[in-house]
Design a protein around this ligand. Structure first.
Ligand code: 13P
Length: 255
């Protein structure tokens, strides 16, 4: 089995002001170990803070990401941001298909697949989010939901597009609720995702990092990260406090 370097990605969502983003980033940078012995660390910031973050992250070990991207190359799409624009500002990662985008803004599996392909086409690594609603879990549909979300992207973008991609399993009922999946519940879905990819390409399935997201905190991270198919986390609320986020990063080493 390949050793996968863990990734911890902050998803700041629609939080912060210039006055809070600067000290948050400085706090994260101040606590980062030099070198590459720990996890890879990324911050996915609101679009408007990308230039500020880019200049602050220059020459550091923390990499930059965005929270969304248009499925279109360019044109008359008021309010949207194109992959080429994110590429211009040094984004290495871009979250696609976050459950808030799917459920609050109606993004379809097909649209998510287009965004995924667009990110890959512009040299960025998509962080593809998948996950079920509480009702779907209670109905025993978790695997079917996750499979459908994944299969649409495999079908439309092609398995080769996953070579540099990341997947984040985020059960919707665990996001921002303080109710995290148990390490065993998460591991079960992570293993399912890896197996699903292996149907198409063993090597990619073995190499790809699958993050867990949903109420990860400093005090539950090590247990979650200790599971065999969990390769790091996508962190919402806890990424807004430098000390908490750094402790989560450290948990990949302890986990
Ligand atoms: P919370 O960590 O706030 O539950 O959010 C998880 C998430 O949605 C990350 O993308």
């Amino acid at each position: 089995m390949t050793r996968r370097r863990p990734l911890v990605a902050a998803n700041w969502k629609m939080n912060g002001t210039l006055a809070s983003v600067r000290p948050l980033l400085d706090g994260i940078l101040a606590g980062m170990a030099a070198g590459d012995s720990g996890p890879e660390v990324a911050v996915c910031t609101p679009y408007i803070y990308i230039p500020e973050c880019q200049s602050r992250l220059q020459g550091t070990v923390v990499v930059l990401g965005a929270q969304n991207v248009s499925e279109h190359e360019s044109g008359a799409y008021t309010g949207e941001i194109a992959a080429a624009m994110l590429q211009d500002f040094g984004c290495r990662y871009v979250i696609v298909g976050h459950s808030e985008r799917r459920h609050l803004y109606g993004e379809s599996d097909h649209q998510v697949a287009e965004k995924f392909a667009m990110a890959v086409g512009h040299g960025m690594a998509p962080i593809l989010c998948v996950g079920e609603l509480l009702q779907e879990r209670e109905d025993g549909d978790t695997e079917a939901v996750v499979a459908a979300q994944l299969d649409t992207v495999i079908k439309e973008a092609g398995i080769a597009a996953f070579a540099n991609a990341v997947i984040a399993y985020e059960p919707v009922w665990a996001i921002g609720t303080g109710r995290t999946a148990s390490p065993e519940q998460a591991q079960e879905v992570h293993a399912f995702i890896r197996l699903r990819l292996a149907r198409h390409d063993d090597g990619i399935a073995d190499k790809i990092r699958i993050l867990y997201g949903g109420s990860v905190k400093a005090d539950n991270a090590a247990d979650i990260f200790s599971m065999a198919d969990i390769d790091g986390g996508l962190i919402g609320g806890a990424s807004l406090v430098a000390g908490e986020f750094l402790a989560i990063c450290q948990a990949t080493v302890d986990g």
